[in-house]
Design a protein around this ligand. Structure first.
Ligand SMILES: [Zn+2]
Length: 66
């Protein structure tokens, strides 16, 4: 599974203290990597975690500090 560049623009690092931009990781380990903290997320289970970790807009505790 190769992450789509358009999709990557909509996502960010699931680390609540980071939220850095993600970039694709080339083979052999396809997935994404955070450009800030350097964490790598695999293209299988990690990618699903990434999506499910995204809270619904407006209800995340991080949004309250704006
Ligand atoms: Zn990060």
């Amino acid at each position: 599974m190769t992450p789509d560049a358009e999709l990557l623009r909509l996502l960010a690092c699931p680390e609540s203290a980071c939220r850095g931009p993600l970039e694709p990781v080339e083979a052999p380990q396809q997935g994404v990597r955070c450009t800030l903290c350097g964490r790598e997320y695999s293209g299988s289970a990690g990618w699903l975690d990434l999506v499910s970790a995204e809270p619904p807009a407006g209800v995340g505790p991080m949004d309250q500090s704006v």
